[in-house]
Design a protein around this ligand. Structure first.
Ligand code: SAM
Length: 234
């Protein structure tokens, strides 16, 4: 097994798509292990409460530390080897291909999915006492919960594990990788060579590898200049 993933959430069904497609195959092969846990299993009241009003006032609800503490103790017992805890939050460091590569080198990732206004801040502080805590943002927008972020992060990480993708080379030549100097990939085409009056760029049919490489490099630069000039600065 190359990667173990555990997810704690109040919506376990939200994570069902992780069992589809290439990741599903990696699970079947035993290359990846996936555990999805319902946070409400660690509540103690009849209503299975996971949230309460924020101290200091303000709108919305905050997730209670008690069920989270018990969930962490059960999924990652303190006396054993610890996972890297990933807490998706808009206040985290931005998720990028470089972060995906970093996470793909970890043996065990544990995700804590927040809902409402997020998780009581002491949970991350407490967990930091015994495991690496990584607060990660999917981007500068606000989702309703961490589940969609987990789907995106796990998919981006798993496809970097050798053997998960059918063709090992495809991940190494994607946008943001060293193969394209961290830029956006050039446009791609397939058959037919002429479709609805639109022709595939001549050079791609030429079989001339050096010219194709040069063309792709130019398109990659064009695209990056127009859509993501920030990538050229770095
Ligand atoms: N009050 C929080 C704030 O302004 O930072 C937003 C809470 S959001 C409504 C609820 C949960 O969705 C968060 O705890 C987090 O788990 C998840 N979430 C929302 N936006 C996210 C993003 N951009 N990246 C990662 N997770 C996000």
């Amino acid at each position: 097994q190359d990667l173990a993933v555990d997810v704690i959430t109040i919506f376990p069904n939200y994570l069902a798509p992780l069992r589809e497609s290439l990741l599903g195959k990696a699970l079947e092969r035993g290359q990846v292990r996936l555990g999805v846990h319902d946070l409400r299993a660690w509540t103690t009241d009849v209503h299975r409460t996971v949230d309460d009003t924020p101290y200091g006032g303000g709108p919305g609800m905050v997730m209670l530390p008690e069920p989270w503490g018990r969930a962490l103790d059960a999924v990652a017992p303190a006396e054993r080897a610890q996972p890297r805890l990933i807490i998706p939050t808009p206040t985290g460091r931005p998720f990028t291909q470089a972060v995906a590569a970093q996470l793909a080198a970890e043996p065990w990732l544990l995700f804590a999915c927040g809902r409402y206004e997020g998780i009581d801040a002491r949970v991350a502080e407490y967990a930091g006492g015994r495991m690496v805590v990584d607060e990660i943002s999917l981007g500068d927008y606000v989702l309703c919960g961490g589940e969609v972020a987990v789907l995106a992060i796990v998919e981006a990480v798993a496809r970097l594990i050798p053997g998960v993708l059918g063709n090992a080379l495809s991940a190494s030549e994607d946008s943001f990788t060293a193969a394209v100097d961290g830029l956006l990939e050039a446009p791609a085409y397939t058959k037919p060579a002429l479709w609805r009056g639109l022709a595939v760029p001549e050079v791609l049919l030429s079989g001339h590898h050096a010219r194709i490489r040069q063309w792709r490099r130019e398109r990659s630069l064009d695209r990056t200049r127009k859509r993501r000039p920030d990538l050229l600065d770095s």
